[in-house]
Design a protein around this ligand. Structure first.
Ligand code: 3PG
Length: 314
């Protein structure tokens, strides 16, 4: 019987990407089942019963999903961050999990610059803003996305700094950024851009003490995960500093936290506080194509050749 690949995307890919994914699965003789824009977890629980493989985005794969997934062998997160997969649960069931690192990096990097320019030009309200040239940007985490932002920053004539506990300082320097020895050291620069995964260590780690250290016009850019920021502290920082900006592609899920931040900043023109409508760093045609096709190819390579290069560990 042909293998079934379930494309379970609560936030759908562009139609073109879905056609490309289907071209890969059908060339391998697999059947692609589409569960896009679904509204309830029950829909996912029903659909997963027949799946040999799953392609997901930020969709949650937890014990409840795995309990219904009798045939599942592999789940591929079409994207970078995999905090939405319960890796202990997948490992417990012998299901292989993978991500597609780097595939959406450029899309996120372009969004970072879009938000920086919107903020620097006062959300185009007609008043004088400032230029990015000669300003400093410091990266917390220097993986594929941060490096893509750094590359654009070089083009803008900005100075880059970076801290990454897993990358040696010499390697950071080789890539043209100045290594920073501590997380706190990053907050001496005007822009700090977060590119760390959500882990026990990073959760709520961006707090008032760090944010209050930032120089005048200090701007935090968050295209990582909302949970990395200490939300109650962020409200306090907005109240304490009229110059502080938060450019965020990952607004808090918690409506009250979002409203508290918006009220604290009182930002009528949307230049000090930017929230996208839905996480959209990876919402481009190209990123959808890259991530979706990579995920489909990884599934085929896994079944046909036992390839596990991008397998994740709990
Ligand atoms: C990622 O980790 O790759 C990004 O957060 C993209 O997430 P999305 O697929 O839900 O847009």
């Amino acid at each position: 019987k042909a293998r079934t690949v379930l494309l379970a995307t609560e936030k759908a890919f562009a139609a073109d990407a879905v056609s490309k994914i289907e071209a890969v699965t059908s060339a391998a003789g697999y059947k692609l089942v589409r569960l896009e824009n679904y509204k309830s977890k029950d829909d996912l629980l029903k659909a997963v019963a027949d799946a040999d493989a799953m392609i997901i985005r930020s969709d949650k794969v937890d014990q409840a999903v795995l309990d219904k997934a009798a045939k599942l062998k592999i789940v591929v997160r079409a994207g970078a961050g995999y905090d939405n997969i319960d890796l202990k649960a997948t490992e417990g069931k012998g299901v292989v999990s993978m991500n597609t690192p780097g595939q959406n990096a450029n899309a996120v990097a372009e969004l970072v610059f879009g938000m920086m320019i919107t903020s620097a030009r006062n959300n185009y309200d007609g008043t004088s803003g400032f230029e990015l040239v000669n300003r400093s940007i410091a990266f917390y985490g220097f993986g594929a996305v941060a490096r893509a932002v750094h590359k654009l920053a070089q083009g803008f004539g900005m100075k880059s700094f970076a801290y990454d506990p897993y990358i040696p300082a010499e390697k950071i320097a080789e890539m043209g950024a100045t290594p920073v020895a501590t997380v706190a050291g990053l907050f001496e620069h005007q822009y700090v851009s977060l590119h760390v995964p959500l882990t026990a260590e990073t959760k709520a780690s961006i707090n008032k003490a760090l944010l209050m250290k930032m120089p005048k016009g200090g701007t935090l850019i968050n295209t990582a995960r909302c949970e990395v920021v200490h939300e109650a502290d962020m409200v306090e920082v907005f109240k304490a500093r009229q110059d502080f900006c938060y450019l965020c592609d990952v607004a808090p899920d918690d409506k009250a936290a979002k409203e508290a931040m918006t009220a604290a900043v009182g930002d009528k023109f949307g230049k000090r506080l930017i929230f996208t409508a839905k996480k959209m760093g990876a919402q481009t045609l190209e990123a959808n194509d890259n991530c979706g096709v990579a995920a489909a190819n990884q599934i085929v390579a896994f079944f046909e050749k036992g390839e596990t290069r991008f397998a994740l560990k709990a």
